[in-house]
Design a protein around this ligand. Structure first.
Ligand SMILES: Nc1ncnc2c1ncn2[C@@H]1O[C@H](COP(=O)(O)OP(=O)(O)OP(=O)(O)O)[C@@H](O)[C@H]1O
Length: 243
């Protein structure tokens, strides 16, 4: 499903956090939201999933304006902090999320098997989440986010604290999900991850400073590193340290 963000602005306590952002993400692409800490990535995701409303502007998934209850079923969201139940097994957590999405019993059983296989946790399905490593929790959160086969998947810094080998595995999973026709929006401040994406939206102090294909963005740099575009932006405005 295509996502259209048009002239969206948002303030908290009179401080403008998102400043007149406009961009369109085509169906089945991976778009990364790239920016320093505090630049507004999570706020933009929260606006896009309809968790908060914009002060100005509109967000559309296909023809439908957000927020829209019917669209919720088509959206998957993996938050920065895992929202899993420690006292439940991996499988029981997925049963819980399946209930929220009103997935039928038989279909849910089938999907739980599928998503556990995708995130490589089948053999740990009976284990309590409290005994999971950080990486296993991330993978289970991803499984929960894709349980209902969403058409749009939002991932808020999904690989924070994940070692490079597991990070590779997780990105392989994102590519599989993308190839099934899902549009993916992923926020990160790991600049290396940008090469995994089709397009990148560079967010700086709440503004969209660049939005283009990753290939075109890299062409604009001298050394082929996306950070350079932020260094240029930070020279133009004050604040917001680049990590
Ligand atoms: N509910 C809120 N109330 C007040 N200020 C907020 C709220 N949510 C976010 N902010 C502020 O908005 C700005 C952008 O925050 P946001 O979490 O969107 O940034 P981010 O780019 O996702 O950062 P990080 O990479 O550290 O997660 C910050 O200055 C933050 O303090």
């Amino acid at each position: 499903m295509e996502i259209q963000v048009s002239n969206v602005s948002k303030s908290f306590d009179k401080k403008q956090v998102i400043n007149d952002i406009t961009f369109t993400i085509p169906i089945g692409e991976i778009c990364c939201l790239l920016g320093p800490s505090g630049s507004g990535k999570t706020t933009l995701i929260r606006l896009m999933i309809g968790a908060i409303t914009a002060d100005q502007g509109t967000i559309r998934f296909g023809e439908k304006e957000i927020p829209n209850m019917k669209m919720l079923k088509k959206v998957g969201f993996m938050p920065q902090n895992d929202s899993l139940y420690d006292d439940l097994s991996a499988e029981a957590n997925l049963h819980f999320f399946g209930g929220l999405y009103h997935i039928g019993k038989q279909e849910l059983r089938k999907r739980i098997d599928e998503v556990l296989a995708i995130v490589d946790l089948t053999e740990h399905r009976k284990k309590l989440v409290r005994n999971f490593s950080g990486g296993m929790k991330k993978r289970l959160s991803l499984a929960a986010a894709i349980l209902h086969s969403p058409k749009i998947l939002f991932l808020d810094e999904p690989t924070v604290g994940i070692d490079p080998v597991l990070r590779r595995k997780i990105w392989d999973q994102f590519q599989v999900i993308k190839n099934s026709g899902t549009t993916i929006i992923v926020s990160t401040h790991v600049m290396d991850e940008v090469t995994e994406c089709d397009k990148a939206a560079l967010i700086y102090n709440g503004s969209l400073i660049e939005y283009d294909t990753v290939t075109n963005l890299l062409k604009k740099t001298v050394n082929g590193r996306v950070e350079e575009l932020f260094f240029i932006a930070s020279g133009k405005s004050e604040g917001g340290a680049v990590q």
